[in-house]
Design a protein around this ligand. Structure first.
Ligand code: GLN
Length: 492
């Protein structure tokens, strides 16, 4: 296979080509950089490239192949790393001016795992500043464009990670998901995106946005790649106090199980009103496909979904206001000049260093946590969060997997929501509940709308049930045969 075609494929085909010595890992990495050179000026997926590290890693893979040594499953497979995850000796900016010149002094735990699996990291992927946003228009450096249509957003906040994979500027990517930031970009860019169970993947070295909601996960072209990358990144880490101390599953092992006896519940509140008609039709078709695959379909109600956006935006902003207090010009990155005293330095640094959306959230969160308002907002939100979790616990007594759209609509035009934060927040209606409940959830592409933009289906399972989730996703993927390599042929 021609190397230009090979970079459009999933990891299994690339691995085959590496093991058969049709291409070397260094050649594969270089071909991906060629692609980046050609298209990234238009797309904006990367904040910075990590070429030296990538080529060094690829060389190690080639040496192993030459010596006939065993190769880890994703060795040599080019990866895009969201730029809020630390890679030692390279910039980590969270797409914020306040961290513009910050160089990571250490590796995140997931990065250590990528390194020991010999996975070349191509570059640091653009995001909404501090992962706050749903469209990637909040990056302090540049917007990201959707490779399927350059006038549309790629989704956020892991928009760079998703656009990089969709445009074949990487084969797989890591994103982070606090309220949908892996699944929404995966949905808008026609990819598979998985937010694991809270605590499954270490958050050590991920720049914290809302610590009780944040989770790192894979963005890939296929369900199998998602499972393979989850194998790499999951596992207990004593450096993260919320990390679960459990043995690591093999997440690929149940992919091909048949669906007889599996109960799939479609979420009534998310599958009826307010859906774009093409999305509604695709969801209906997916339900029919599952029926024909032998699954039992039931209706599930999650009545508290209507409060979830309010709950999320109180809890997430409260935690963010506390987490972002550390960016004060003393310890990290940017420091304002021409200041009169220490207080002035703090104020000017934060005023100049943070973008509008980040400031909005720090103000909202500080308000929700302040004495006098704490009980009315933060405590109430935490109580409702518990009730949302109860809703899910009840739902999982009736169904193994919950089904809904990932978003009520497909990717929207750049600029169309950026001045209306509330309408932007509403794009998260289907995704944020999984973070509130800590359960795993994923997007898989199920078709295109009448404008040729990808439509995403969301599947959710109970905590720690990723194997079943991936199995149910894999079966649909097999039936749908979504053509994920379209962007190379069309817009770019
Ligand atoms: N869109 C949501 C927000 O703006 C979720 C972001 C995320 O998951 N990081 O907060």
């Amino acid at each position: 296979m021609d190397i230009r075609e090979l970079i459009t494929k999933s990891s299994s085909e690339q691995r085959k080509a590496l093991l058969n010595k049709e291409v070397s890992a260094v050649e594969l990495t270089q071909a991906v950089y060629e692609r980046v050179n050609e298209v990234d000026e238009k797309i904006g997926a990367y904040n910075s490239l990590t070429k030296e590290y990538a080529l060094e890693t690829a060389q190690k893979v080639d040496d192993k192949i030459k010596n006939g040594e065993q190769l880890p499953p994703l060795a040599g497979i080019p990866l895009a790393l969201k730029d809020n995850i630390n890679l030692k000796s390279y910039p980590t900016t969270a797409s914020s001016k306040i961290l513009k010149n910050f160089i990571s002094p250490y590796d995140a735990t997931v990065v250590q795992k990528l390194k020991s699996n010999l996975i070349p990291i191509i570059g640091k992927a653009n995001l909404d500043e501090f992962a706050m946003g749903s469209s990637n228009e909040n990056s302090a450096f540049k917007i990201v464009r959707n490779p399927w249509n350059l006038n549309k957003v790629p989704g956020g906040s892991s928009g760079g990670s998703a656009a990089a994979v969709a445009a074949c500027e990487a084969t797989v990517a890591l994103g982070s998901d606090t309220g949908g930031s892996i699944r929404l970009p995966a949905s808008y860019c026609g990819l598979v995106g998985l937010k694991p169970t809270y605590g499954r993947v270490s958050r050590y070295g991920l720049i914290a946005f809302a610590s009780s909601l944040d989770q790192i996960g894979p963005i890939t072209k296929t369900v199998e790649d998602s499972a393979l990358l989850l194998n790499v990144i999951s596992g207990h880490d004593e450096k993260d106090s919320t990390s679960l101390n459990l043995p690591v599953n093999d997440f690929t092992k149940d992919l091909k199980n048949d669906l007889k006896g599996i109960k799939i519940g479609y979420i009534k509140e998310l599958c009826s009103e307010g859906l774009n008609p093409d999305v509604a039709a695709a969801i209906k078709k997916s339900i029919e496909t599952y029926k024909s695959l032998g699954a039992e379909i039931v209706e599930i109600s999650l009545p508290l979904i209507k409060y979830s956006i309010a709950v999320y935006y109180v809890i997430a902003t409260a935690e963010a206001s506390s987490n972002l207090a550390r960016f004060d010009g003393v310890r990290y990155g940017y420091r304002a000049k021409d200041v009169d005293n220490l207080y002035d330095m703090y104020v000017k640094t934060r005023a100049e260093g943070f973008g509008d959306e980040v400031k909005r959230r720090i103000m909202l969160g500080t308000y929700a946590l302040s004495s006098g308002y704490y009980d009315a907002y933060y405590k109430k939100a935490q109580q409702l969060r518990r009730l949302v979790k109860n809703d899910f616990d009840n739902a999982f007594k009736k169904a193994d997997i919950l089904l809904s759209p990932t978003c009520p609509h497909t990717a929207f035009d750049i600029g169309s929501k950026v001045d209306d934060p509330l309408s932007m927040y509403l794009t998260d209606i289907a995704t944020i509940t999984a973070n509130l409940a800590g359960i795993p959830a994923m997007n898989i592409p199920v078709g295109l709308d009448s404008d040729g933009m990808p439509i995403g289906l969301q599947l959710q399972s109970d905590c720690l049930n990723e194997n079943k989730l991936l199995n149910v996703a894999f079966k649909l993927e097999e039936a749908v045969q979504f053509n994920y390599s379209i962007p190379t042929k069309t817009t770019v």
